[in-house]
Design a protein around this ligand. Structure first.
Ligand code: SAM
Length: 291
């Protein structure tokens, strides 16, 4: 990635280079830990959207401090992009919103649970805020979905969130699964960025909740969410309906629609009793009478 001189002046960029972190993001996770002590007692962790790997580096360093036997530590890192190998980190290259990747991650954890799941995922931003926020929320929901399969009760989940207009819906969804949900903005996260991190502590899914792969995510391989019942419907489905060729409610269309050559005025079935344009209608009528 090309760096401009402005990036080089960035203190965290410089420190990352000096201290050997693969990205300045390392400081975000370290600062979150300073506040919430998220690595306390943690031996098994999942790093979702991990490339180039600075969070995995932080995990490797911090988790080793929790044991005298390095073999106790298990870290699984996942990203769309290939990542240079890191000793002690099992890597999976894949899309976390894809059912197949979710299966791969869960398989890695067969037989035991993780103490911590982190996700620093960010989509390639399009500049269209609604779309960027939507894709970001899909990453977060995919991460939460995987988390419900692998996280031990009482475990911690940390994930990047865009503080957009729909963020409160995500907070309330997370609150269904964790006793404590806090939004955190590390000093190393630029003020100009809408990114923040949800720190979700004490995993405690609703009674009767069964981790499932039937979830309303972008990947249509995830099945019909109508199959979700009871507490499993806590992930609120967002469903766009109507055919894609239907009229867009935010677009202005000409009077003559496709295939029409003449416009035929149709009287409204129910005329407004007191329309806001009543005055102007009366004035126009009077002007016509005065002619
Ligand atoms: N935490 C990383 C570190 O410290 O080095 C930086 C992560 S970077 C900000 C965001 C990453 O999210 C990118 O490497 C990108 O490939 C990954 N990503 C975005 N969408 C993804 C997806 N659907 N599945 C897996 N990874 C994804």
């Amino acid at each position: 990635m090309g760096k401009t001189s402005k990036d080089k002046r960035d203190i965290y960029y410089r420190l990352a280079k000096e201290e050997g972190w693969r990205a300045r993001s390392a400081f975000k996770l370290l600062q979150i830990n300073e506040e919430y002590d998220i690595f306390n007692g943690v031996l098994r962790a999942v790093d979702l959207c991990a490339a180039p790997g600075s969070w995995s580096q932080v995990l490797t360093k911090k988790l080793k401090e929790n044991t005298t036997n390095a073999d106790d530590v298990k870290i699984v890192a996942v990203d769309l992009q290939a990542m240079a190998a890191l000793p002690g980190v099992k890597q999976i290259q894949g899309d976390i919103t894809k059912l197949s990747t979710a299966h791969e991650i869960i398989k890695e954890f067969e037989g035991f649970k993780a103490d911590l799941v982190v996700c620093d995922g960010a989509p390639d931003v399009t500049g269209l805020h609604d779309i960027d926020e939507y894709v970001q929320s899909q990453l977060l929901l995919a991460a939460l979905n995987i988390t419900t399969h692998v996280l031990k009760n009482g475990g911690v989940f940390v994930a990047k969130i865009f503080r957009g207009k729909d963020a409160t819906l995500l907070y309330s969804q997370l609150k269904q699964f964790f006793e404590l949900v806090t939004v955190s903005k590390p000093r190393s996260s630029r003020n100009s960025s809408i990114e923040a991190f949800v720190v979700c502590q004490n995993y405690n899914p609703p009674s009767g909740f069964v981790p499932t792969m039937i979830n309303p995510l972008l990947d249509h391989q995830y099945c019909d969410f109508n199959q979700l019942t009871g507490p499993n419907r806590f992930i609120v489905p967002f469903n766009v309906c109507g055919d894609l060729s239907a009229y867009d409610s935010d677009t202005s269309y000409p009077l003559l629609l496709d295939g029409q050559t003449t416009y035929e005025y149709k009287e409204p079935i129910q005329k407004p009793i007191d329309p806001p344009y009543k005055n102007i209608l009366e004035k126009t009528k009077n002007m016509q009478l005065n002619k």
